[in-house]
Write a protein that binds this ligand. Structure first.
Ligand SMILES: Cc1ncc(COP(=O)(O)O)c(C=O)c1O
Length: 443
């Protein structure tokens, strides 16, 4: 049904400066979403559109999940907002403890924030603060990786490795980057590529350059998501872990996309069998229904902050956000994690992932497809660039898909897929057929 309240005036269209959007193109040809239920959006023309990215990697359980909606509504009626500086509300403690049940053993202290970007900057600050608390204040340098995405705040873009997100904003904070793990030898490999574990040795080079006594932490996404879905080469994360251990450097996994099911596991750490010191989460934590992020740290890091000898009333970390542990977000988080467990969402992802894998790789011979990657319910397709316009083809493909009734994300030279955990084979089939056609149209 068409939503008549969705009609927008040009003043309204003009007033909104949209994020990560070509505003001028959008406003010439608006794509207005007015509703969502299950795996489908409705637009202002009454069309039904399949959600091929689970929102923005957020809504694995689909949209309009009544248990989550109800939990938010009940919480709003009981306690809509509560200060979390020096005071607490029950939901924050309950959710913190619930989150730890999904984390690797020992990663069990939770610092809440409002988004994945805030989680990135929080984790980097915790890493530096940790070394200072341990009396090693020179350990400040931060290391990320090319093609890494850690949100858009200054810490996140500094360690992030997507040039376009950094180019306009001047100096960030001192950081270095490992090389990315996208290798020609691995093109079209289903799942984890075989080649590339040795790229972790880039960290050794940086240790030679700076000395470990000056390095605080390495931050990577276990599977790089936003730059185009790059699963880690076999053995790569373990090798990073080993080097960090040998040189006393913290390892942070940014699991904003990978935590809570998308990898067919509780976390990327679990899926890839490597335990970091800090795990960042967001997105699927509330099924996207409320903004929320969190940094989950190894208990020894928390304990270190508690044991500096400062008076008990003193702040151990002068950091936090007005919306840290917002009561409505905590209610949404508790309801979501309940669904993740009770409705066996991770089992569902595991069961359907091979169907997705087979289906996405059938696009391998489509003209302009350069590479295809996948893991769990995440997939990335790299497309050949038009001469001098590297970003245009994925944009055109995504627009063609929208017209056909499918929402997919495009970023850089890739199309990204993050299917809902509740997806079934027929929806995967129609999505891939449409995608094959759209890529063909833009060849
Ligand atoms: C790995 C990772 N970190 C951080 C972020 C930033 O999250 P947000 O957009 O909630 O700030 C994202 C968003 O896609 C992400 O994928």
């Amino acid at each position: 049904m068409t939503d008549s309240s969705a009609a927008l005036t040009s003043a309204q269209l003009d007033a909104y400066w949209m994020p990560f959007t070509g505003n001028r193109q959008f406003k010439e040809d608006p794509r207005i979403i007015t509703g969502a239920d299950g795996m489908y959006y409705q637009d202002d023309r009454g069309r039904s559109i399949f959600d091929g990215l689970s929102g923005l990697w957020t809504c694995g359980f689909g949209h309009n999940v009544s248990a989550i909606n109800q939990a938010i509504a009940e919480q709003a009626g009981r306690l809509d907002f509560s200060p979390t500086f020096q005071f607490g509300h029950p939901g924050a403690f309950k959710l913190a403890e619930r989150i730890t049940q999904f984390m690797p053993q020992g990663i069990n202290r939770v610092f809440f924030c409002g988004s994945g970007s805030e989680a990135a900057d929080t984790a980097l600050k915790i890493a530096r603060g940790y070394w200072r608390a341990r009396g090693k204040a020179s350990k400040t340098r931060l290391i990320g990786r090319a093609k890494g995405y850690h949100g858009v705040n200054f810490g996140g873009i500094s360690v992030g490795g997507i040039g376009g997100n950094r180019a306009s904003f001047g100096e960030g904070i001192a950081s270095d980057h490992l090389r990315h793990t996208w290798l020609k030898e691995n093109y079209f490999t289903p799942g984890m590529p075989a080649v590339g574990a040795d790229l972790a040795d880039d960290l050794l080079e940086l240790i030679t350059l700076h000395d470990a006594s000056n390095i605080a932490a390495v931050i990577v996404e276990p599977l790089a998501g936003s730059s185009g879905v790059f699963p880690p080469p076999q053995g790569y994360l373990q090798r990073l872990r080993d080097i960090c251990d040998r040189h006393d450097i913290l390892l942070i996994f940014d699991e904003v996309i990978t935590a809570f099911g998308r990898m067919g596991a509780n976390t990327g750490a679990e899926a890839f069998g490597v335990k970091p010191d800090i795990i960042n989460v967001a997105k699927q934590l509330t099924n996207g229904a409320m903004p929320m992020g969190a940094v989950v740290v190894d208990q020894r890091i928390y304990d270190c902050f508690m044991e500096t000898g400062a008076p008990h009333y003193a702040l151990e970390v002068p950091h936090g956000y007005t919306y840290s542990a917002h009561p409505l977000a905590c209610a949404a988080g508790l309801a979501s994690l309940e669904i993740l467990e009770k409705e066996q969402m991770i089992e569902r992802v595991k069961a359907i992932a091979p169907v997705f894998e087979q289906s996405i790789h059938q696009l391998a011979n489509t003209p302009s497809v350069v590479d295809i990657r996948n893991y769990g319910l995440a997939g990335g397709i790299t497309l050949a660039a038009y001469e001098g316009e590297p970003l245009r083809r994925p944009f055109e493909v995504a627009m063609s898909m929208w017209k056909k009734g499918f929402y997919v994300r495009y970023g850089g030279d890739t199309i990204q897929l993050g299917l809902p955990f509740i997806v079934e084979a027929p929806q995967i089939d129609s999505l891939m057929n449409a995608l094959g056609e759209s890529i063909g149209e833009c060849a």
